[in-house]
Design a protein around this ligand. Structure first.
Ligand code: PLP
Length: 426
């Protein structure tokens, strides 16, 4: 007997969707190459580049920096998220153009490297580090880099960690600046207004070796929420209410005047455009939106342009797609899906990235992924020869940028510079 349950309906629905998906023949996505990528390809060839390479378009990067800075209200600081822009030269370029000396740092090797290269910069930890990592950082300093440590704000998410940092400060005989991580709705840890926060604030006030530097409240979940029933607006006003509650508590403990100059950090690329006044935050941090990987293709970030690409040479360009051991099905598959007609094997692959040029390229899930020579398929109009370049957009920057050696900087039709990246570390 047929039981009409919610589950059956769902399964039935899925079957109908599945059948209709089978019924609609995929359209041909191949076509002429984008002149923009042909120009970058020529520049790479002229520069003698023939390995997978991360390319940054400096004009687009600059436009993105100007877009970000242009959005900031009076008095709003900008903190560069170093992990999303993992190259000293790239960070230096952004510092100059955005006129900021604030950095957000996420691991101990990067903290040390930035202290050496930019001792005058302020660094706020973007995640709480184990106290041993902080101890190791102090161990890595020398006379020239020691002053940089005075401009580090250590992020603290719990009273237990605060006690550890208090002990470290006593052991070092040095005052440490403490920034308190707030949970404004992301639920990735940190304090909410209330008794624990009160204990933390009072402990800092009572501890001569700790200095209260401010708060950090990150809320990237908000733009991902549906707008239905005002969910997104509610989450944003809820986040700001929590932030305000923490500020009020700090004001009671330290006095309104003492907190006037605190670091009140908020936002990230997905949310910085929500901040149109300095009522809650007095600085925003962002990094990814300056190079705009695909994860940052959002409505709010529409004014930003993709400025980073992976370029990799084609090793083999083949006129037909042939699957090992399944050759008998190749013809039918080609007839059904024109995007399967042709094949290129590229130099390297298996990156967190999507192919964008030539148009219509896709991975072949049956053949599988490869870090050595990855297969990509394309339609009848795919026109690319061996040694020409395929271009991808990375999904994210922080890990992907570290996989290619020096970044190739593209501007005015040429590769004009190379920017070394940080060593991969966590
Ligand atoms: C605390 C904090 N602030 C800001 C950011 C924003 O970085 P991005 O602008 O690169 O998304 C992050 C990213 O992970 C973060 O963890």
């Amino acid at each position: 007997m047929l039981k009409v349950s919610r589950r059956n309906l769902l399964l039935g629905g899925a079957a109908i969707v599945g059948v209709s998906a089978l019924m609609s023949k995929p359209g041909d996505k191949s076509g002429p190459r984008d002149p923009y990528f042909l120009d970058v390809q020529q520049a790479l060839t002229r520069a003698g580049i023939a390995t997978p390479t991360l390319v940054i378009d400096r004009a687009r990067l600059n436009a993105n920096i100007d877009t970000l800075v242009g959005h900031l209200p009076d008095g709003m600081g900008y903190r560069i998220v170093a992990k999303s822009l993992p190259s000293l030269a790239l960070i230096e370029h952004i510092r100059g153009r955005a006129n900021t000396d604030r950095l957000m740092t996420f691991n101990q090797p990067m903290l040390t490297a930035l202290s050496q290269a930019m001792p005058e910069a302020s660094q706020l930890l973007g995640k709480p580090l184990p106290v041993q990592a902080a101890r190791n950082y102090f161990g890595s300093l020398d006379e020239t880099t020691a002053p940089a440590a005075e401009r580090v704000q250590w992020l603290i998410d719990s009273n237990a960690r605060l006690a550890q940092y208090s002990q470290l400060a006593s052991a070092l005989g040095q005052s440490l600046q403490i920034n308190i991580e707030l949970d404004v709705g992301l639920h990735r840890g940190g304090f909410e207004p209330g008794a624990d926060l009160q204990t933390a604030l009072e402990s800092i006030r009572a501890d001569a070796s700790l200095e209260f530097a401010g708060f950090m409240g990150y809320e990237p979940h908000i733009p991902a929420l549906p707008t239905t029933l005002g969910w997104r607006d509610k989450a944003l006003s809820g986040a700001w209410k929590k932030y305000q509650g923490a500020l009020d508590q700090a004001s009671e403990v330290f006095g309104a005047e003492a907190i006037a100059n605190l670091t009140r950090n908020a936002a990230g690329s997905p949310t910085y455009r929500y901040y149109e006044t300095t009522e809650i935050a007095n600085e925003i941090s962002a990094g990814s939106c300056l190079v705009k990987p695909t994860h940052f293709d959002s409505e709010l970030l529409e004014p930003h342009q993709p400025a980073s690409f992976i370029a990799t040479p084609v090793i083999k360009s083949l006129p037909t797609t042939r699957m090992p051991g399944l050759e008998f099905a190749d013809g039918a598959k080609r007839t059904w899906d024109p995007n399967y007609n042709k094949t290129v094997f590229i130099y390297g692959g298996h990156w967190l990235a999507d192919p964008v040029d030539p148009p219509g390229l896709s991975y072949n899930s049956t053949f599988g992924r490869s870090s050595n020579q990855e297969m990509l398929n394309g339609g009848p109009d795919l026109d690319i020869a061996a040694d020409e370049f395929v271009f991808f957009r990375p999904h994210q920057s922080e890990a992907v940028f570290l996989q290619f050696g020096d970044i190739a900087v593209y501007e005015d039709g040429e590769i004009v510079d190379t920017w070394p990246v940080f060593e991969a570390s966590a």
